[in-house]
Design a protein around this ligand. Structure first.
Ligand SMILES: [Zn+2]
Length: 343
């Protein structure tokens, strides 16, 4: 558990300090500093550790709303990852059962994981038995270690452990660069249980159904259905307001969108936007985007366009409909083009 509260300040900017709860196991101030330098060597000279005796709590408080009995949702910012948001750009949920709590996704940094832990503790003392990661992307997984240290099992798609292991260095380096010193102590979780089959998790009189999906948004998408309230957590299989991001298969994603309706959810919690959407109206914009992407990419291939030409033309009718379109759309066209080029 957590016994060290470390405060790190930027040299020359003493007002810019970050505090972190660090696990007891072999963690010292020096270890923590070494880890910072491993992730981002440039920071070493700029950071001063303020000792362990700092009593400050993590600075980031996250708001969770109880949107159904015992079911809490945090609305992540619809924004790119940045120092001021510490990677708080994806929705996070937790569900309280009779015996224990399950957390769904864990945010983009250890700081966010700490804030999730504290938010759960503000509601209940029941143990956090599970952290369910809806997929591999760093804005959803970097806070998971905090909850694992608090005793939770981290669980995900059968392909998740391998997918994370293969990308850990890249994800950590990218997020370190985007977030800066606020990323301290964060890392990709390395003890993730793979779901060999779909699973039921019983929190004590409250059962969650975890379903592993075919490659869609990513190769590691899992949905979580709370039977008591028929609430479906979709992870990034549903985007709202925030530009969709395709890192899997556009054809698979369209199939999975249809499959999300069985059993019929009373509401859905998307990975970005919302955070509470009606079914099926809440996925209409995403479905239209994916159909435009599929159809116009196929047309570009049929017309003999090269990828660079397709990027400039495909899906431009969608530009005004999504926040962060410019950040994600070109990559989506590249992914769709690669998928559909040889079909
Ligand atoms: Zn994602």
């Amino acid at each position: 558990m957590f016994e060290i509260v470390l405060s790190l300040c930027m040299v020359g900017q003493p007002d810019l300090c970050e505090t972190r709860l660090l696990p007891t196991a072999a963690q010292t101030c020096a270890d923590a500093m070494a880890r910072v330098e491993m992730i981002e060597p440039d920071w070493g000279a700029d950071l001063v550790a303020d000792g362990y005796d700092c009593v400050a709590r993590p600075q980031t408080a996250l708001t969770f709303d109880e949107i159904a009995p015992g079911l809490y949702v945090h609305h992540g910012l619809v924004a790119d990852v940045a120092p001021e948001n510490l990677g708080d750009v994806a929705n996070i949920g937790f569900i309280v059962g009779g015996e224990s709590v399950a957390v769904i996704d864990a945010g983009g940094s250890r700081a966010i994981g700490e804030a999730v832990y504290l938010a759960v503790r503000a509601v209940t003392d029941k143990p956090i038995s599970h952290v369910i990661l809806t997929h591999m992307h760093p804005d959803h997984v970097m806070g998971a270690d905090v909850l694992a240290e608090a005793g939770a099992r981290v669980i995900g798609h059968r392909k998740l452990p391998q997918a994370l292991a293969a990308r850990a260095d890249t994800y950590e380096a990218n997020f370190a660069r985007l977030i800066g010193p606020g990323f301290i102590g964060s890392r990709v979780p390395d003890e993730v249980e793979a779901m060999e089959t779909d699973q039921e998790i019983d929190l004590g009189g409250r059962v969650l159904d975890l379903v592993a999906r075919e490659t869609a948004h990513s190769e590691s998408d899992v949905t979580v259905f709370d039977r008591q309230t028929a609430t479906l957590f979709t992870g990034d299989l549903v985007f709202d307001e925030h530009s969709p991001a395709l890192d899997g298969s556009v054809l698979g994603w369209l199939r999975v969108l249809d499959a999300l309706g069985t059993p019929v959810p009373s509401r859905i919690i998307p990975g970005h936007g919302g955070p509470v959407l009606d079914w099926p109206d809440g996925v209409a914009d995403l479905r239209r985007y994916l159909e435009v992407l599929r159809d116009e990419t196929r047309a570009a291939v049929a017309d003999g366009l090269r990828l660079g030409e397709a990027i400039d033309s495909v899906g431009q009718s969608e530009a005004a409909r999504w926040t962060l379109f410019d950040l994600f759309h070109q990559r989506n066209v590249t992914a769709a083009f690669t998928e559909l080029e040889w079909e």
